[in-house]
Design a protein around this ligand. Structure first.
Ligand SMILES: Nc1ncnc2c1ncn2[C@@H]1O[C@H](COP(=O)(O)OP(=O)(O)OP(=O)(O)O)[C@@H](O)[C@H]1O
Ligand SMILES: [Mg+2]
Length: 249
């Protein structure tokens, strides 16, 4: 059955050949918002994002994007639909300049003048792209490279930006500017779906929160509902939020 949601996971079961990592994931990402997925290491967060970008094909279930079923499409077809993912690991070409890396983000765009216009916008949003334009990407710090990765993903003017642990390895100051950058990306019209290990800050800036535990959605709601749920504290202290577990114990 077709679906009118912006992005919706429907009974997604997926894994890597062994057992299933995702054991039936259902939730919806609303248009125009920021949705944050949190959960323990190994709970399947990155795996779930891979089912959106087409890097992993679910064994069962469907991922709907504005009525289009994504399962079975190639990563390139999914990119064309306007979904761009920034992976958990660094993905810039270290020997190419910052500007060349950012321009690569528009590889699906043929029109040079459109690329130039977008690049000008990106330079304004991300000053580092202009300041370090001719430097090799590999010469930037980890946090600076992360910003350039974000800049690159915006070159396609995606409708949905998928970010896997954007804050990884950042110092507190860069972390704050990273969260500001995500809010800024959202305010210029991008719907954002992110995974964040830094649960408190991630949920604080998000409209919606989803807790993934052991391949299943254990809780979802507004960012603040999830943040203030006593079971979340238990989960992050190493407990489980199985029914009956002592909340906040
Ligand atoms: N390429 C792969 N091949 C085989 N198993 C994998 C692969 N990638 C992940 N897994 C397994 O799938 C499970 C979920 O991994 P996943 O990367 O989705 O977790 P995660 O929630 O993103 O964790 P983290 O917070 O550490 O990034 C883990 O048990 C992991 O070992
Ligand atoms: Mg991960």
């Amino acid at each position: 059955m077709a679906d009118t949601a912006f992005l919706r996971f429907e009974g997604v079961v997926a894994g890597y050949g062994g057992g299933d990592v995702l054991k039936g994931v259902d939730f919806e990402v609303q248009h125009g918002g920021i949705t944050c997925i949190v959960g323990p290491n190994g709970s399947g967060k990155s795996t779930l994002l891979k089912t959106v970008s087409g890097l992993l094909r679910p064994r069962q279930g469907q991922v709907w994007f504005k009525g289009t079923p994504l399962v079975g499409l190639t990563p390139r077809q999914i990119l064309r639909l306007g979904i761009v993912q920034v992976p958990q690991n660094h993905s810039l070409f270290r020997e190419m300049t910052v500007e060349q890396n950012v321009e690569l983000g528009a590889f699906l765009v043929r029109d040079r003048s459109r690329i130039a216009t977008r690049l000008a916008t990106i330079r304004e949003l991300f000053p580092i792209v202009a300041e370090r334009a001719k430097d090799k990407a590999g010469s930037l710090s980890g946090g600076q490279q992360r910003l350039v990765e974000f800049a690159r993903c915006l070159m396609l003017e995606p409708e949905l930006v998928v970010l896997d642990e954007p804050s990884m390895g950042l110092d507190p100051k860069t972390l704050r500017s990273m969260f500001d950058t995500i809010k800024m990306m959202n305010s210029v019209g991008r719907t954002v779906l992110l995974v964040e290990q830094n649960a408190r800050q991630g949920l604080k800036m998000s409209h919606h929160g989803v807790v993934l535990e052991n391949g299943r959605v254990r809780l979802s709601g507004t960012g603040s509902e999830v943040l203030h749920n006593p079971e979340i504290a238990a989960l992050y202290l190493g407990g489980s939020i199985e029914a009956g577990a002592p909340a906040g114990a």
